[in-house]
Write a protein of this length. Sequence first.
Lengths: 443, 490
Amino acid sequence: MIDMSADGSAPAPAKNSLHAADERTRRRNAAEKRFRAYGVAAIVTGLLALVFLVYAILSNGLPAFQRTVVNIEFTMTQEQFDEAESALLKTRVYTDFFIGALTDSLETRGLDAEFDGGTVERLLGKVGGTLRSHYRENPGDIGQAISFELPASSRVDRYFKGTFTRESVGEGNRFMQPGDLDLVDALAEAGVIIQTFNWQFITGVDTGVDNPGGAGIGASVLGSFMMMIVVLVLSLPIGVAASIYLEEFAPKNWFTDLIEVNISNLAAVPSIVFGILGLAVFIQFMHLPQSAPLVGGLVLTLMTLPTIIISTRASLKSVPPSIRDAALAVGASKMQSVFHHVLPLAMPGILTGTIIGLAQALGETAPLLLIGMVGFVARYPETFLEGFEGPNSAMPAQIYNWASRSDAVFTEKAWGGIIILLIFLLSMNIIAILLRRKFERRW
Amino acid sequence: MPVFWLVIIVLALAAAGYLLGRSRALQSAGGDSRNLHSQPNYYGSHVIMWVTVPAFGLMIVWLLAQPLLIDGRIAAQLPDTAVSEDTTLGLVMSDVRRVADGLDRAVGQGAMTEEQAGSVATELADLREQLAEVGVALGSNVSSDVLNAAQRYRDFKATGSLLMGIVVIALAIAGLILALLRTTNEFRARNVVERGVLTILMFAASIAILTTIGILLSLVFNTIEFFRLYSAWDFFFGLEWAPSFSGRGGASSLGVLPLLWGTFYISLIALLVSVPIGLFAAIYLSEYATPRVRAIAKPLLEVLAGIPTIVYGLFALLTVGPMLVSVFGQNTVGWMSGGTAVMTAGLVMGVMLIPFVSSLSDDIINAVPQAMRDGSYGLGATQSETIRQVILPAALPGIVGAILLAASRAIGETMIVVLGAGAAARLSLNPFEAMTTVTAKIVSQLTGDSDFASPEALVAFALGTTLFVLTLGLNVLALYIVRKYREQYE
């Protein structure tokens, strides 16, 4: 900075040595350091948010993959079976047999504990019914020692996971009495109550509020999978065809401009607006079945198309013109040069973009809420076609559904569902990156 | 005839046509493909096009038109008594469809024979239970008018799909014969096929236009319908949002202003979080960071953009909300009463938008020519002075565009606010209070068993239109600014 004084005289020369920083230099250097620190702080804040998010997901979600089971060997003789089946309260008799077997197995281990049917029901749910249906379906098991793995109630489960403590047991709580946890401790020590991997969470279906522990995400994974099939089958050919037209054939006129403007606008339309479109056009107007993965897939196709078109055009553009010229020079038609040469060379890039578009569609929730994919779906579809037309949920919608229920066990399921969803997304993205690494070509 | 089988039949015809066309062409050339105008495959493809395109085109049109025609005829035949005072024609028609659907399903599962379904009128009482058994829940008992209409509906539908099957297959066969007749060795099959393919490509590209038209139509028609039932003045300038849940009628106040306020407030907080962090991160990454740091930090930040919004929603509801309550809740300063609040949703949305702001700004900062930096350094400016006084002013239009795009994202974001912001619509300045947004109300008004003719459900379309216009305006403005800026240095 030069100080131009009014009379135009030359400014006084600086007297300071360059070796000793003067006040202003120090200030400027401090400002420089501060500015840099802001940048570092911004990045660290962003990364901390990511770390915190991942920590929250893992710490809350991992327990959903474990469940507490009571592992007990149980023998039912033919006489006992007949006695139970002729009794008036059949499941009650089964429960009594079970209590006897449990007491015996505790005694042989040198543990002495008092409990009655009420305790068993609070800890294990309706054991009698489970046993009865097992023996009625498998009469051959009568008289033999069968090892049962019975899921413990959600409060016992949470007791082992540390979210339910002795203090939370109030007097007169009908789900858990203060003495019950003593029995639980004794059983855990005897190795009767153990923690196992919760396969049912992965393969099972949604359950009602009376059995939150048994809820699984399997059916909605299937629903998501069916939707992704629809999205892939529709959006890949349509997206590629549209990109080829726009990139290779489209003349420069108002129609092409209109298409271009539409594509870039659709890419930025909020996803919920696509949900409104799906509701009004596919369900209200065309009367397609509500809650069906088919409709979900159609809506997500329209949503993913702009993404796929944009990335496909980029990879078509990266194929050098010399390839096209060479094909034309040996007598290929324009169409042949595109389909025989340009498209195969652009395919890895197209696939990468498609997978990333699919991953985006897989995590989308809002449009699915509007077309009714949040219903309670407690069974797998029976046939392949029903998988498309029948009502089903999807992973993100199921997670939303669980999150809006009040029971803490469902909350844990929601976090667990997120882990599964993220595993799918992560593997899709890794496949895309590997594809790009393997086939990427620099011209 | 199920559509699935119809598709299979047409595809089988197409496959046969391909082989026939190919061999016929070769035959007419005396078995030597050099005498053909085009490669033999093109003659096959030519037949495929003639078989599939008209047949599938007609099928799609038919499938779209048939429900409309049937609905119209059934509605015209319904006696006036069927539409009583407390229902509308639309509701009765949806009942008719549901009963018809239920009868279909009952027949499909073997619970009823075809004749029973056609003559079930006498046993009205247990129809509802029979249908409930096969999984079709009916709200009320079926009146005989509705049942008759449903049976006629099934008849029409059966006739319609039978006719469609016959016509589509006839058209496919006609196409096959026509194409085969045209196949000679002189026929320019490649040119015809290529022209056809080009038309298909063009049609695929115009799906983008069709989608936009679909969005506009579905928004506009339902919005007009809504404004017929509810005054536009009250919607746009009403200060109260209180839909009545009792069903039709009732006094609902559907003012959009509290929702817009909630939307803007949450977006504002989100931008206050994401713009400084994103902008400084972009500046650091593009101007200061070593290539190594950049290669690690940039993808990690972008992971935040790839996480689905439902995850952020859950994060807001179950982690951030309770955390904020423990800091600002009743036990400490007492500003916050529940976990769902403007602040909760705003903070989480801010985190979501960080990579969005940072990568857009990064591109724009990188587009500023190096000569401008060098000139500034040459005058003795420090790096931060160069950034603040040269690069940022030069990149400002682009950065403003990026912020506008981020704002449009924030306004359209749904899952975070549905889970994190609460459900109460209010006009308040306290950021620790629960408020709600346009998107959250679209979801809540359209999920559940609302009937689409009531103003409480139709208001969602008016909200959707508001949202669409807002975000579209922001996007167009942002793209205009960004494009205008980019041209400056090219």
